[in-house]
Design a protein around this ligand. Sequence first.
Ligand code: NOJ
Ligand code: MG
Length: 576
Amino acid sequence: MLAKSLTVCCLLALIVSPTLAELGWWRTAQFYQIYPRSFKDSDGDGVGDLNGVTQQLAYLKEIGVTATWLSPIFTSPMADFGYDVANFYEIDPLFGTMEDFDNLLTRAKQLDIKIILDFVPNHSSDECEWFIRSAAGEAEYKDFYVWHTGKVVNGIRQPPTNWISVFRGSQWTWHEGRQAYYLHQFHAKQPDLNYRNPQVVEAMKDVLRFWLRKGVYGFRIDAVPHVFEVAADSTGNWPDEPRNEYVTDPEDYSYLDHIYTTNQPETIDLVYQFREVIDDIDAELGGDDRVLLSEAYAPLDVLMQYYGNSTHNGSQIPFNFELISNININSDAYHYSELIHNWLDNMPSDKAANWVLGNHDQSRIGSRLGADRIDAINMLLLTLPGISVTYQGEEIGMTDVFISWEDTVDPQACQSNEQEFERLTRDPVRTPFQWSDESQAGFTDANTTWLPLADDFKLVNVKRERGIALSHLNIYKQLRALRDEVTLKQGDIQVNALGPNVLALKRSLAGQASYITVLNINDDVEAVNLDSVFTQLSSQLRYVVVNDKSVRRKNDLTFANSVLLMPKEAIVLSTV
Ligand code: NOJ
Ligand code: MG
């Protein structure tokens, strides 16, 4: 009887606790964002390309990347450096050919790295054939974009609403050919597709199907909150957006509160529809799960809906920008802890958490939070439960590069002025990747690069950091190795601030060693008692990872009730 019930228990356990692979490879994956223009140039034109990425895939393997998402590689006039897609089915010649892309997929498969593409549903380029045909009024494409003839006030023609574009100025641009305004939430060269037209939705789903059938493992979906505007009223008009009184510049995006142009309820359903496409292709092709990563700077309750509900699957990875958006150089450990809890405590229980600490739109970690916090932040990123997302260069500690107004190319900055561009420009985080101390940091053979190279490349580069025991790169690699531990993959999480200066996380799993990440984010020497916040620690703990601020070494022991931390010391300990 006992034997029988044991067997039943074991069988049940097998049924109820699926292996990690069955749960989905992505649940504990390390994602890495490649900005292809700046990763590696293979053909000497000073701009990175697909063959460059293929050449360097072994590096991604070296740092343990599971999947990489590539910023757009499609045909584009590059008004927003590829986020203005002219043909959703073609590779831009600047990046290479379809054959180059196929080679990239083949090489990635050999190395067991999954390729994820950027999907830009909100808009196309104004040079996209769909837009040209829409502007010409062709029946099939007439309503592919959002058009309006405008209002006439005192005999003067005006845009239909006061809506302001993310890149400054009106969201409406007059089109002479069509004799109407078209809507663009971003640049005038990025007209918004009309998601109230079912044919647009279908056309964009076809784009997803095409690339999935080619062998990509999913998409990062761009600018999700912007996809829908409020529905027009019965007269075909839209309401103006209210003012944010604290902003005085009427051209600035933050001048208005975007209640009618962002986070409309229809957006959630669209994400579910995109997921359906993904699930259908999973059923059609089999193999590993395909995934959606969604880019939305949106309220937490909206983000949680992206995950899905009781009847619909959603985006497996709604980017968690809590830390990237809210932590600054002065934040204390309580604030870090609160933001981490925000996600963990609000996430549906069967979903995976994700942590994004950098991307091509945001100031780099070392510049935003301080160069001496780079390792601490990477420790946080890689020991929190679930999915980590690293932006290229953060693993070696690249920092923002000053680029003068004359050299600035980012449209978000170029549409402003010499006084304000530094607040808006994203060029400083998009500079060429620093591979070595050789000419042009080993990025290109060209004499010039599309954006200036960082001055510090002789010190901050992959080649040099490989040879320094406690370089950012080697610490990153040690953390990645640690992620193979079952506790890091499946363990519970507890997050606590020990005063304003020290943040600690504990990962634990029954029958396994626990891991405790302890970060002194400030400049005082601290002595902390980990027993005061965590239970079931062994009285002694072992150092597993240290940074270069630490006076301790790997495998040293410390008492859990008095861990001494140097200024900005960041460590991972384990129970013994
Ligand atoms: C978000 C992208 O990350 C950004 O780089 C781009 O400018 C906008 N979406 C518009 O596509
Ligand atoms: Mg090139």
